[in-house]
Design a protein around this ligand. Structure first.
Ligand code: TXA
Ligand code: MG
Length: 348
C-alpha cells in the first residue's frame, strides 16, 4: 500500500485544508496515523468494524487486546457509554482534554472489534491540537492504539512511525511530537474504588486528589501474567527493543558495580553491549554503548525519552542492554512500568 504522508505543523488555513484529506480517508474506512500529546496513534472510524479490524492487521496486534476510542468533544462520550459514572465526570472535568483514558460500561453502538468482546470501553479526549482538529474533521470517534508494530516501543517521533507503518496504512500525519512520550494513564471506572490499569502522566496521587480512594493494579510493577488479567493489554510482551534488556537493581554503588562486571564479562567477545544510565551516572561507565535517559531530577524527561532511547539501541545494533533501576515513587511509576515490561521483568 502506498502511504500518503502529511506534514502538518500548525492549524492555519493551509494546515486545516491538508488535514481534510486524512480525515476523509478515516471516514472512508481507512487507517490514518495521527500525533497525540502522548505517542502517535493508529486510527480508524471507531464505529466501523471493518475499519477497526484493519488496525489489528496493520499492527500485527492480537485481536483480544481492546482499543481506546478518541473523541474531540465531551458530547461524543454519551453515545459510546451506557452511563457516565459521577466519579468519571469529575475526572473529565479535572483532566480532559489530556493523557487520561477512562474505562466505562459500553453502549450498543461500540463494535465488539474495538472492545475485544468486553462490555466496557476505554475513552480518551487528547489535548494535542492536531489530534483534536483531526478527530473533529473526521466527524466520528477514532479508535486508536499506539502506532507501533505490536511488541515494539511506542512511537514518540515521526521517524518511528515511518519505520513501523510506512506502507501498512493509508496515511500518516506527522507533526510536532507529543511532549509526554509515554501512553495515557488508564483507569477503570466500572469498579469502586476505581483501579488504575496503566500508569501515565496523570499520576495516582493526582487521581486520588480528585477521587479519594484509588487502587493500583498489581501488574503495574510486577509480572502477574499467571494472574487473571483484567486489562488484556497487560499480558503481552511490550515496548521491547530488539536487544535483550535487563534491569539492574540495588543501591547506586551496587548498580554501578553489577553493570561494570557484566560489561567486563563480554570484553573481547563479539557482542555489542548497551548501558541505559542517567545524566548523573553515565560517566561512571567506560565501555559499551552508554546512553542517558535524562536527569534523575526530572522523571518526566526520562519518561519522555525512554521509547526513543530503546529504539536508538536497536539502530546501533546493541544486543544486550543493562538499564539502571531508579527508586519507585509516584513520579517514576509510569516510567518503571514501561521499563520493566520492556525487560520482560528480567532483573539482576
Ligand atoms: O496515550 C495513549 O493511550 C495512546 C494514544 C494513541 O492515545 N494509545 C494507546 O493505546 O496507548 P494502546 O492500544 O497501545 O493501549 C491501550 C491500553 C491497552 O493496554 C488495552 O488493553 C487497554 O488500554 N484497554 C483498552 N480498552 C480496555 C477495556 N475496555 N478494558 C481494559 N483495558 C482496556
Ligand atoms: Mg500500545
Amino acid at each position: 500500500m502506498k502511504t500518503q504522508i502529511f506534514d502538518i505543523q500548525n492549524l492555519d488555513a493551509k494546515g486545516l485544508k491538508l488535514l481534510e484529506i486524512p480525515a476523509a480517508l478515516i471516514r472512508k474506512g481507512e487507517n490514518v496515523v495521527f500525533p497525540t500529546e502522548t505517542v502517535y496513534g493508529l486510527g480508524a472510524n471507531a464505529l466501523d468494524p471493518e475499519a477497526v479490524k484493519k488496525i489489528f492487521v496493520a499492527k500485527g496486534r492480537p485481536e483480544d487486546n481492546p482499543l481506546i476510542i478518541h473523541v474531540s468533544e465531551l458530547s461524543q462520550v454519551d453515545a459510546l457509554v451506557a452511563v457516565i459514572p459521577e466519579k468519571a465526570k469529575k475526572l473529565m472535568d479535572a483532566f480532559w482534554p489530556g493523557p487520561l483514558t477512562i474505562i466505562m460500561e459500553k453502549s450498543a453502538v461500540v463494535p465488539e472489534a474495538v472492545t475485544a468482546g468486553l462490555n466496557t470501553v476505554a475513552v480518551r479526549f487528547p489535548s494535542h491540537d492536531i489530534a483534536r482538529a483531526f478527530i473533529k474533521l473526521a466527524g466520528c470517534p477514532v479508535a486508536a492504539p499506539s502506532a507501533n508494530l505490536s511488541g515494539r516501543p511506542s512511537p514518540t517521533e515521526g521517524k518511528h512511525v515511518l519505520e513501523d507503518l510506512d506502507g501498512r496504512v493509508a496515511a500518516i500525519i506527522l507533526s510536532a511530537d507529543g511532549e509526554l512520550g509515554l501512553e495515557s494513564t488508564v483507569i477503570d471506572m466500572t469498579l469502586d474504588p476505581p483501579v488504575v490499569l496503566r500508569p501515565g502522566d496523570v499520576t495516582v496521587a493526582e487521581l486520588r486528589e480528585v477521587l479519594g480512594e484509588v487502587l493500583v493494579a498489581a501488574s503495574i510493577t510486577k509480572n502477574t501474567s499467571t494472574d487473571k488479567v483484567k486489562s488484556p493489554g497487560m499480558k503481552y510482551t511490550h515496548y521491547s527493543p530488539k536487544g535483550e534488556l535487563v534491569v539492574v537493581k540495588g543501591n547506586p554503588d551496587q548498580i554501578r558495580e553489577k553493570i561494570t562486571q557484566a560489561v567486563a564479562h563480554y570484553h573481547g567477545k563479539p557482542m555489542t553491549i548497551g548501558i541505559l544510565a542517567s545524566d548523573e551516572t553515565m560517566e561512571s561507565y567506560h565501555t559499551g554503548v552508554i546512553i542517558s535517559l535524562g536527569s534523575r531530577d526530572d522523571p518526566k524527561e526520562m519518561a519522555k525519552n525512554l521509547f526513543s532511547r530503546l529504539r536508538t539501541f536497536d539502530e546501533l545494533g546493541v544486543e544486550k542492554i543493562y538499564a539502571e533501576d531508579i527508586p519507585l515513587n509516584n513520579e517514576t511509576l509510569a516510567l518503571l512500568n514501561r521499563l520493566y515490561k520492556a525487560a520482560g521483568y528480567t532483573f539482576i
